[in-house]
Write a protein that binds this ligand. Structure first.
Ligand code: C6P
Length: 418
């Protein structure tokens, strides 16, 4: 076997996948009498025991509201919550904790930037630039701003491989572009967008850049300073953490200038009926009681990912992707939608003569969980002229045997449905 060829028989990239899987209680079950094969990680990953225990331990010992009490529990909760912020800061290599805003998820982070950073600055004649690859969460907030202000939403086209057209982008960015908002990794196709190239051009034009990192941050190391983006948005639940917590990284100078987005407790320093003094960063953007347990669980998830190592995770998932691509292409009538040069471990596919939803239903009877539908990326489906795809999305706890189980289940689905 040449050095470039992945090893399919042994745990790769130095990962002890069997040991890792023992940390994930949810994976130890059968579904419809078959071992669960969970391949819907792009929708939401599973949680290791360490994350579940960090959350329970917080509720069992330390829970109180944060920033509000002098009593011991409130202090402990505050320390854990603010400690989690620093864990996130380190994870994405932000300069300061002031740049890490806790939100509900990627969707909320993008809406925050759209409403607080972009909306006040734009009007008719201004342009908001996104790509044809985006999840609805990185389309609708910009469409709303466009409707609210008269600014024009412009869409960089994609090509048949599912790559964002760089030449078209260079032609489209210009003096009226007020934001470039791009997916780091496409959820529908797995395309890893070479965002560094796009950001370099945006910098030359003085255009701020937001990256939707929902599918990026759990699968490779992300360094917001090296990327040189202005905003980076992600969700805890796609990276082993809890639902209801996400992160907006924002460059400090920009966050300082932005008005608050939501009003309430915690985001103020002083309130009279005449005047309000807003809190400092990052609390200016965190109105109300924040997701304390969510932040603590997210920090535990980051510790877990870091203990394995993001580079090893990326290497192992690349091997899984290569193996899965090769094996899936042996299924007669199967076509992979999205064949970009750089891909994350996400494979969208269609099976000739079979509706994706039927594939998903039959696979479930075999214990195999994949997602079927438009993946909240309807323009991507329109571009490829399909109503929906089936999508297998992998994580570092998936095995090569599970890919074999997917392929076997697909062959059975095909024999039943065609
Ligand atoms: N994609 C999927 O199955 P939230 O819901 O806020 O945590 O994440 C939204 C989101 C934004 N951008 C991208 C690229 C995403 O993939 C997602 C969520 C899930 O693909 C659910 S639709």
């Amino acid at each position: 076997m040449s050095a470039a060829e992945p090893r399919f028989d042994t745990p790769s990239a130095g990962l002890d996948v069997a040991a890792i899987r023992r940390d994930f209680p949810v994976l130890e079950q059968t579904i419809n009498g078959r071992p669960l094969v969970y391949l819907d990680n792009a929708a939401s990953s599973q949680r290791p025991r360490q994350v579940i225990e960090a959350i329970s331990s917080y509720y069992e010992r330390d829970h109180a509201n944060v920033h509000r009490g002098v009593h011991t529990l409130s202090q402990r909760a505050t320390d854990a919550f603010e400690g989690a912020r620093d864990v996130v800061r380190r994870f994405v290599n932000a300069r300061a904790t002031q740049e890490i805003v806790f939100v509900r998820g990627t969707t909320e982070a993008i809406n925050l930037v759209a409403q607080s950073f972009v909306r006040p600055k734009v009007g008719p004649g201004d342009e908001l630039l996104i790509s044809g690859l985006e999840h609805h969460a990185n389309i609708v907030p910009w469409k709303l701003v466009s409707e609210q202000t008269g600014a024009t939403l412009k869409v960089i086209p994609i090509d048949e491989r599912g790559e964002v057209d760089f030449q078209a982008f260079e032609r489209m960015i210009g003096p009226r572009t007020r934001i470039l908002a791009l997916a780091h990794v496409s959820n529908a196709l797995g395309t890893v967008v070479p965002v560094e190239r796009f950001i370099a051009v945006a910098r030359r034009h003085g255009v701020p850049v937001l990256l939707d990192g929902a599918q990026g941050v759990a699968h490779d190391a992300v360094d917001v300073q090296a990327l040189d983006c202005d905003f980076y948005c992600f969700s805890g639940h796609k990276m082993l953490g809890p639902t209801g917590i996400g992160v907006l990284y924002g460059r400090r100078e920009l966050l300082e200038d932005m008005p608050p987005w939501q009003g309430g407790g915690d985001m103020i320093l002083a309130v009279t009926f005449e005047q309000i003094t807003y809190n400092q960063l990052p609390w200016k953007f965190e109105a109300g009681t924040p997701p304390i347990a969510g932040a603590i669980g997210l920090a535990a998830a980051i510790h877990y990912l870091e203990a394995i190592g993001m580079k090893r995770i990326a290497a192992y998932e690349a091997e899984l992707l290569e193996y899965a691509t090769r094996r899936l292409l042996t299924v007669p009538g199967l076509r992979i939608v999205g064949t970009a040069e750089r891909k994350a471990a996400v494979i969208s596919f269609v099976l000739e003569g079979v509706h994706p939803h039927d594939i998903g239903t039959i696979l479930d009877t075999e214990g195999v969980a994949i997602r079927t539908g438009h993946h909240c990326a309807m323009p991507v489906m329109d571009f490829f002229r399909v109503p929906a795809t089936a999508r297998a999305s992998m994580s570092f706890y998936n095995t090569f045997e599970e890919i074999d189980a997917l392929v076997a289940a697909l062959e059975r689905a095909r024999s039943i449905l065609t």
